[in-house]
Design a protein around this ligand. Structure first.
Ligand SMILES: [Zn+2]
Length: 399
């Protein structure tokens, strides 16, 4: 087995598994779901701070809606459909392969004035796509996954500022996850496309201006845009030099038209908003696979499923080890007690092997003095007061 493959890492760290009963789907184990939750909550906080409001839209949507969006025509082969009762069109449903149409319907539910724009919506959208079984690959390529899907509905004059702001956010987020090489690709109109040329001219110019305002260094990819509009793709390079396309900013000229959504402009007339499709990570599952391989399973402290293992050196220190865990957990840290009847060397080795970045050893001396012996990855042990260790580790988790 390949030790740097996320499937191998996932098994070794007890994060998740897959089985034939659910091809292209994931069984997240407690440790893996702790990691998943940390990634999700981090993105949630970042998006909230950037002015996005979180929503949730239905999994099953009628054929009628997919006809309006154009997916029924262009994407039906990749959609899981089912009919309910009769086979009439209004009784045929599809599991959503993306969340965009649902977001349009939420935008439509509140008629906007030009003053209310931009409307920024975000969802951790569980989506299903019928990928060929030969294409499935661990968490990298799934049939059931979660997109960090966000949409901005705005006026034309707001596009540059919105895109520039989001591009800045993307770069800050990738840095936090430990990626410092981010390439940006600017994809323009493809041969087969919807929308008139003058509309494409405007959309491409706006995206390019935004990329310049954000100070992005981008490469042109002529003809690689989506059929509904131009886009900026953000490509990460991992520790092994491989490239992963994750973030995207797409300027959509088609969906607002097809769904006939509007806002009321300054002259009380109906006007068409622009729709921007945003994603930071793309698929959460795939991003976690990239993270695991990039860090070779040794995740940074803030991401580690278990951040601290508190190991008792002797049996009678077990209660104190548990007390240390409670003190750490009370401050929001993820800690476990290792009170097995094993030698301390074995406990440290097991914690290191399971990717736990900090090990705290406690014996009779620590018990008597309310101290701990704290050992970081690749560091020498250091004795300090329990309260001080908690403070220090809490600060570390935040930084
Ligand atoms: Zn979208």
């Amino acid at each position: 087995m390949n030790h740097s493959d996320h499937r191998e890492i996932g098994q070794r760290l007890d994060l998740f598994h897959q089985q034939d009963d659910a091809p292209g789907a994931v069984f997240w184990h407690p440790r893996g779901y702790a990691l998943y939750g940390t990634v999700e909550n981090y993105i949630r906080q970042r998006m909230r701070a950037a002015g996005f409001r979180e929503i949730r839209t239905p999994q099953l949507l009628s054929r009628r809606l997919w006809e309006v969006s154009g997916h029924w025509d262009k994407y039906r082969d990749n959609m899981f459909t089912l009919s309910h009762g009769s086979a009439e069109a209004d009784r045929v449903y599809a599991l959503k392969p993306m969340s965009c149409p649902g977001h349009v319907e939420i935008y439509r539910a509140g008629l906007c004035s030009y003053r209310d724009l931009p409307v920024r919506l975000a969802e951790f959208g569980a989506v299903h796509r019928d990928e060929a079984s030969g294409a499935l690959a661990g968490l990298m390529r799934l049939r059931a996954f979660t997109q960090d899907d966000a949409h901005v509905f705005c006026r034309e004059d707001q596009v540059v500022a919105e895109v520039a702001k989001f591009a800045g956010l993307l770069n800050a987020i990738y840095t936090d996850f430990g990626f410092d090489r981010v390439a940006v690709r600017f994809s323009t109109r493809p041969a087969v496309r919807a929308g008139a040329d003058d509309v494409w001219d405007k959309a491409e110019a706006a995206l390019e201006r935004a990329a310049n305002v954000a100070g992005l260094n981008y490469q042109h990819q002529p003809g690689e845009g989506a059929f509904y509009g131009p886009k900026l793709d953000f490509v990460l390079t991992d520790s092994r030099g491989r490239e992963w396309q994750c973030g995207t900013v797409q300027c959509d000229l088609v969906l607002p038209e097809r769904f006939d959504i509007a806002y009321i402009d300054a002259n009380s007339a109906r006007a068409r908003p622009v729709m921007l499709h945003h994603a930071v990570l793309g698929s959460l599952e795939r991003f976690i696979a990239v993270l695991l391989e990039h860090h070779a399973g040794k995740l940074p402290f803030w991401l580690a499923p278990e951040q601290i293992a508190v190991a008792s050196v002797v049996d009678r220190a077990a209660a104190y080890a548990r007390r240390c865990v409670s003190a750490l957990e009370a401050e929001g840290l993820r800690a476990i007690a290792d009170v097995r009847d094993e030698r301390i060397g074995r406990k440290v080795a097991d914690a290191v092997a399971s990717g736990t970045p900090v090990v705290i050893a406690v014996g009779p001396k620590e018990m008597a003095n309310d101290t701990v012996s704290l050992r970081r990855r690749d560091g020498a042990p250091k004795v300090m007061a329990l309260a001080e260790a908690v403070r220090e580790l809490k600060a570390k988790a935040r930084s």
